[in-house]
Write a protein that binds this ligand. Structure first.
Ligand code: PNS
Length: 161
């Protein structure tokens, strides 16, 4: 049976740390769907469609990776997609508490889906979308922190903001 993993996140924007997790997940699972969701506690820079477009343009070389958006509960979405796993990246210890809570809630909502944590490369362990967003909004150079198509979409979004 082919194994599908959902890699959910805000991806506002997708960073090189996220790309590293996508590449690792694509080696472990038959299919990976990177799914842009809404984190109600974050103020977005890009619309979900812009984020999905940026991810699509960044994963063209990965043949078993698709991109989608979702609304509502992640566990229900993953179940509806027929996924066997939810993939999340783990950086340093700071991520653990939130991720532990999210994985536990998702297991309560859907006991058939496992959350699988993949550690990002050491060189990306400091990187977050929030940091990229802040640098971008304040006019700094973030081009070495995100895939090239993402940088172009952020630039365009900031021009029209
Ligand atoms: O990249 P993020 O911001 O950590 O991603 C968080 C996201 C979007 C995956 C999470 O907020 C989410 O799953 N939202 C959907 C609502 C939901 O299912 N909430 C219950 C689990 S926390």
């Amino acid at each position: 049976m082919s194994k599908l993993a959902i890699y959910p996140g805000s991806f506002d924007p997708l960073t090189l740390g996220h790309m590293d997790v996508i590449e690792r997940a694509a080696r472990l699972f038959d299919r990976v769907v990177v799914s842009v969701g809404v984190n109600s506690s974050k103020k977005p820079l890009l619309t979900p469609e812009q984020r999905a477009q940026a991810i699509r343009a960044s994963v063209t070389g990965l043949k078993n990776v698709e991109v989608d958006t979702f609304q509502g509960l992640l566990a229900k979405y993953a179940e509806g997609m027929g996924a066997s796993a939810i993939v999340r990246g783990l950086r340093a210890t700071a991520d653990f508490e939130y991720e532990f809570q999210m994985a536990t809630v998702n297991r309560k909502l859907s006991s058939s889906i496992e959350t699988v944590f993949l550690m990002t490369k050491w060189e990306h362990s400091y990187l977050s979308s929030t940091i990229v967003k802040e640098i971008a909004v304040l006019g700094g150079d973030y081009s070495s922190l995100v895939p090239e198509p993402v940088a172009r979409i952020i630039e365009k979004a900031l021009e029209t903001a």
